[in-house]
Every structure is written in C-alpha cells, then in structure tokens.
Design a protein around this ligand. Structure first.
Ligand code: FAD
Length: 471
C-alpha cells in the first residue's frame, strides 16, 4: 500500500454502519493495518432506527424491539461484545398470537411458520379461514412445482401455492411487521427465499416448511429451546452503546449530513452539511436507498436504488395501571389484516410478551399504524392518531382505561420494499460501482435483509469486501 493508513468513512451510524465499523476495526487489527475510521450520521445520536426509551421503570422500544434467535450474526456479535448475559427471551407463557378476522381475535393455529401451516390437523380447525380456503391451502401438497424461473412476487407465489385466503388473512398481516408492504410487489427471492426453495426441493411449500421446521428444531437441540425471539434486558440500545464503546478509535461526526461525494486525486472527498470536507480512501454507504441514491447519482447511474420504495409507519405505546386495565392477556398480541379496515396493523401486549419491559403493576401496549396502502394514518396529528388507536383497541379488545402516558413514534420512509428482481438489481449496481467507484461499498437494510441480524451480517461483509479490494 502506498499509504500507511486506510482512511475509511462510514455514512450512517445505524446498526449496519456500526457493525461495518466494528468488523473493519477488527479486520484492521488482524491484518496489522492502520485504520482511520470516521462515522458520519445526520442524527445527533448513534443507532439509526434502534431507539430505546427508559421511562418510569418501563423499557420502551420506539423502533425495532427484538430479533430472530436463530440468526447467528447477532448472537456472534453479542458474544464478541460480552453481552450474552444481557439477552432475554420472550415470556414462555405468552406464546399465543392472535389474528383478527371479522373484528374478532382468533388464536393462530399451532404449527404456522411465517404464515405457512406445518401441522395440518390444527390448521384444518382454525376459524380464520373458510373450508374452501383451507382446502385450497393444502392443495399445495399435491400441486406440481412450477419450473424454476427467476424472481416473482411474494404475494403471487403464496397465492399460487396456498391460495388468496392464506395470503390475505394470515401471511400478509403476519409479515406486515417486517415490510408493511404489499406482498404482490415484494420480491420472493429477496424476502423469503426459503419459500421458493421449498417448492423446488420438496415440490410443495408446506412440505418444505415442515422439513425446515424439523431441521431447525434438531439444530436447536441443547440450545435455548423454543425461543424464537430475543432482545436485550435494557433494550436494543445496549447493542448500540456497546459498539460505540468498542469503537474507541473511530471519529464520530453526529448531527451532520453528508451532502456530496466527489472523486479526488486519490480516493474520495465527502462534503458535510456544516461545510467541512472529509477525505477517504474507501466509503461504506449505509444510508437508506433514496439517500444513498442522492449521494451517488452524480457519479454513477443508480436507478436500482431509486426503485426501492419506502413505507412510512408509526407506533403508539401506551402504559396503563394494571388495577384499572380490566383485561388479562394470555399471549403476545395480535395482527390485523388490511380488510378489517382498522387503523392499527398490529398490537403487541408488550408487558406480557417481554416481562422485563414493565413494572409488575403496570401494562404496556404497543400499537402499529401504517402500511403500503395506508400512508394517511401515519400523518394524523398526535391527538387524532392516539384517538384512532384507542378507538381500535376499544372496539376490538374492549379497552377503555385511560393510559398513564402515551409515546408516539413516527418512522417516515423507514421500511424498504424490495421489488421483484431486487437481488439481481443490487448485484448489477454493485458491479457497476466496483468499476466506476472502486472502494465505495453500499450496504444496509436496503440490500440484503432488513432484520437486525441481517444488517450485522452485511456489516461484516462490508468489512471483508473493503479489505479485499486491492490497493
Ligand atoms: P438505519 O438504522 O436507518 O441507519 C441509517 C443511518 O444513516 C441513519 O441513522 C441516518 O440518519 C443516516 N443517514 C442517512 N442519510 C445520511 C446522510 N446523507 N449523511 C449522514 N447520515 C445519513 N428489525 C428487527 O430485526 N427486529 C425488529 O423488531 C424490527 N422492528 C422494526 C420496527 C420498525 C418500526 C422499523 C422501521 C424497522 C424494524 N426492524 C426490525 C428493521 C431494522 O430496525 C432496520 O432494518 C435496521 O435498524 C436498519 O439499520 P441500518 O443501519 O441499515 O439503517
């Protein structure tokens, strides 16, 4: 290397940017390289979408609240950060989840995995579907597999294999928490590739998911059995804080936006909104696709990034006194299909699902608002938003108690919608960047998975990628 020091700037201090930084630092140490790392974020604090609020003995997540336990990248990171003891699982007594149908809560039949039945007997008993809907779903067991094609829409695939009722009444509301999207517009390959794999390998979605479930159960033997979700006892910001501490050597520019990237004689310069200029040999861009596109567009074609639509969502957290609440929960909450015509898309019985979040004599609820076809509710003024949510929980659960407090969080343009063909599009974008902007790597929730573990894995990949670029 001509220069003794690698100057790397990371745009975005969310989990993708912080993980990139952490693994870059580790890789530099391993290779004995000198690294000058700078993290720039327009927000005044690190963490991006991760945002835990501690209030009156409650642990309130305003963004993500937990993660899939079977995804290794986040478990590995927690271990590397010495945070294993901080992890906590969902209340084992709150396993039940409900789905609304005709304004009533129906228990989710046992064996549903991502909305797909893996146990036929309880599925045939559910009151969520008509007999015709159930028979249509199990036809999947006998229908021939479609010859392997490229990508298709998640909704189209589900409709084709298990029918419209399962898609609209079960899968869409369950998956809404992840994408808030229109399943008919989301890429199958980029969201749930295991569904397509099931059809190809087992000739049936249901058979494939049955097989996966057995394999997962076998692999989980001896580990935390039955836990699907984990979080940190003091909230997800535990992870952010710990990463922040580990990145002692990195410089932070918080509360300031990167407004421009330019090519320099050697490497790049980045212009910040406060007028300052940073120099970099390499850049990791973890900003949302629309923000990344703004920065890269003057230098390289990036239509693919502009094609990724973002949905806005909001959530309303409400705290109550147990004494006046008047309701006991026997599960973790419920999800609401769009056809129900409510403002809320889901309601988590947080104090029951996550025992660490609330004092024993209190109740905590979190209601979600907004999806791809409802971008109006999220714009309601605070008082109207709270009134709409309270009306929904009064009409569906009979809750009339006055909350002790409410916390509203609006996440504008926060949920990326991977379009059909997403994976190929991102590959072609990246290969274009490789030749036209060497040393610039784009990653994060817009690319290869929105879940926290996926973002961490992508951060690790970013580090490997940047340090494999010859220099
Ligand atoms: P972000 O967290 O968005 O970070 C990008 C950062 O870039 C931001 O901080 C932004 O300020 C900064 N930035 C943008 N442009 C610029 C610029 N020009 N200059 C400087 N800085 C810039 N995942 C789960 O695993 N479990 C969950 O329970 C879960 N729940 C969710 C609930 C909601 C409401 C939402 C919105 C998401 C949820 N997710 C969940 C998904 C997960 O939270 C996100 O995908 C993940 O946090 C994204 O991390 P990121 O670092 O890629 O992006």
């Amino acid at each position: 290397s001509a220069e003794a020091i690698d100057r790397i700037v990371i745009i975005g201090g969310g989990i993708s940017g912080l993980s990139s930084a952490f693994y870059l630092q580790r890789e530099a140490e391993r290779q004995g390289r000198k690294l000058q790392l700078t993290i720039v974020d327009e927000a005044p604090v690190l963490g991006g979408k991760i945002n835990t609020l501690q209030r009156d003995g409650f642990v309130i997540e305003k963004g993500p609240d937990s993660f899939l336990a079977r995804k290794q990248a986040i478990i590995d990171l927690a271990k590397e950060l010495g945070l294993e003891d901080e992890l906590t699982a969902t209340n084992p007594a709150a396993k039940k989840t409900y789905i609304m149908h005709n304004r009533k809560l129906h228990a989710m039949p046992p064996g549903l995995v991502l909305g797909i039945p893996t146990e036929i007997a309880p599925f045939m008993k559910t009151s969520l579907l008509s007999l015709g809907g159930k028979l249509r779903a199990v036809m999947d067991l006998f229908m021939p597999a479609k010859p392997a094609v490229g990508d298709e829409s998640l909704g189209g695939f589900l409709e084709r294999r298990v029918g419209t009722q399962v898609m609209r009444r079960i899968a869409e509301p369950l998956l809404a928490g992840i994408y808030a999207g229109d399943l008919k517009k989301l890429s199958l390959k980029a969201t749930f590739p295991q569904f397509g794999d099931s059809e190809r390998k087992h000739g049936s979605l249901i058979k494939g998911m049955m097989h996966n479930r057995k394999a997962t159960a076998a692999a989980a033997k001896g580990k935390a059995q039955g836990t699907t979700f984990l979080t940190f006892k003091k909230g997800l910001t535990t992870l952010v804080r710990s990463l922040d501490q580990e990145l002692g050597g990195a410089e932070r520019r918080l509360g300031v936006k990167v407004t421009e990237i330019n090519k320099a004689a050697s490497g790049y310069t980045l212009k910040l909104a406060d007028g300052e200029t940073l120099e970099a040999d390499r850049i990791v861009v973890t900003a949302p696709a629309f923000a990344a596109a703004k920065l890269l567009e003057p230098l390289v074609a990036c239509e693919e990034l502009k094609e990724i639509r973002y949905v806005s969502v909001a959530n309303v957290v409400m705290a109550f006194d147990k004494k006046t609440f008047g309701l006991d929960f026997d599960g973790s909450g419920f999800v609401v299909p769009r056809s129900e015509g409510l403002h809320i898309t889901a309601c988590t019985w947080t104090s029951n699902k996550w025992l660490h979040t609330s004092p024993d004599d209190k109740v905590l609820l979190r209601c979600y608002v907004g999806h791809s076809e409802d971008q109006e509710s999220v714009k309601l003024p605070d008082d109207q938003l709270v009134a709409a949510v309270r009306k929904d929980i009064r009409e569906t659960m009979g809750i009339t108690a006055e909350p002790i407090f409410t916390e509203i969080t609006r996440l504008n343009h926060s949920m990326p919608q991977y379009p059909v063909g997403h994976i190929e599009k991102m590959q072609s974008l990246r290969s274009r960047l490789k030749t036209e902007l060497p040393g610039v790597w784009v990653t994060g929730a817009a690319f290869d998975g929105v879940g926290l573990p996926d973002c961490i894995r992508q951060g690790k990949e970013a580090a490997a990628e940047l340090y494999s670029v010859s220099n």
